[in-house]
Write a protein that binds this ligand. Sequence first.
Ligand code: ATP
Ligand code: MG
Ligand code: FE
Length: 355
Amino acid sequence: MRVLGIETSCDETAAAIVERDDQGHGRILSNVVLSQIADHAPYGGVVPEIAARAHVEVLDRLIGQALQEAHITLDDVDAVAATAGPGLVGGLIVGLMTGKAIAMAAQKPFYAINHLEGHALTPRLTDRIDFPYLLLLVSGGHTQMVLVKGLGDYERLGTTIDDALGEAFDKTAKLLGLPYPGGPEVEKAAVLGDPDRFTLPRPLKGEERLDFSFSGLKTAVRQLATTLEPLSQTDINDICAAFQTAVADTLDDRVSRSLRRFRQSFPDVEEPALVVAGGVAANKVLRDGLQELCSENGFRFVAPPLALCTDNAAMIAWAGAERASDQAPADSLDIAPRSRWPLDMQSTPLIGAGR
Ligand code: ATP
Ligand code: MG
Ligand code: FE
């Protein structure tokens, strides 16, 4: 089973060819990603209109490149998969229409993929993990704890009630005058800072629910920065260190509750696993913290290679390959893009069906 995947939901234009054999082993034949970070950097965040235009300009070329790098033609592809949501609707339209057009012209089955399902299934491509497992998705647009029970069977245990974690990193960086995207900048500054000079809040810590909240933390950073104006480099480093420590501590509290919940729901799973995905998973301090939490609780910690944690099309192709291998019926070419699409809601509406 060989699938062409297309991803255009946010600020990465991506195309990939992925293979899945009958035993469920995955192999990436090509994985081309073009980030638009430079296009959006002057605005300090993703501008939807700029993103959609940029996808239109490069997608055809990237698909050609993905086929070329995999040394195949469209004839050798068994199915086409494209992200149908959630994301910025302008970008989704570009990828979805292109995927449908290729599927129609080449007479291949078409799969409309939920971007979050792509993230959720990635560890099965890289690490051959069996269901069920826990997924912590921490990106610029999402912060969710998901119970991955089976293919197409996902339960969202918790989500952010305000900002996504990556967004909190980006906004904190912006407040402190650091460039976009802020995550890596905050991490770099934090290494040089004193985490004990300031204490920032740990939102929702100790609460039974499995949700996340980060806007209070960002507000606390703003207040702190205002009282210190003008900020020295040492102030910035110390604030970043305090911020990152507060995030690590909050994640520790929230995630350990989810691990306990998983144990209660699936007492018979011998080697339970926690998987991380999303750009924030690049953060070494947070990653190390999760790793430690997992080993303390008898969980296996799985972090796919960074290039597969952030947005890419290999994960979309893989989700298509898993569905096609599972004999799932192909999706209708009338399927509409969906800017909001919770993972536990499977089908997408058809064009004209209203939303
Ligand atoms: P989506 O939410 O739709 O998946 P996205 O493009 O916002 O899309 P990613 O590309 O997965 O998400 O990740 C980008 C986010 O990850 C940004 O918010 C960025 O600041 C954050 N990030 C990247 N590296 C680090 C890091 N080292 N530490 C903390 N955050 C990071
Ligand atoms: Mg991105
Ligand atoms: Fe993503």
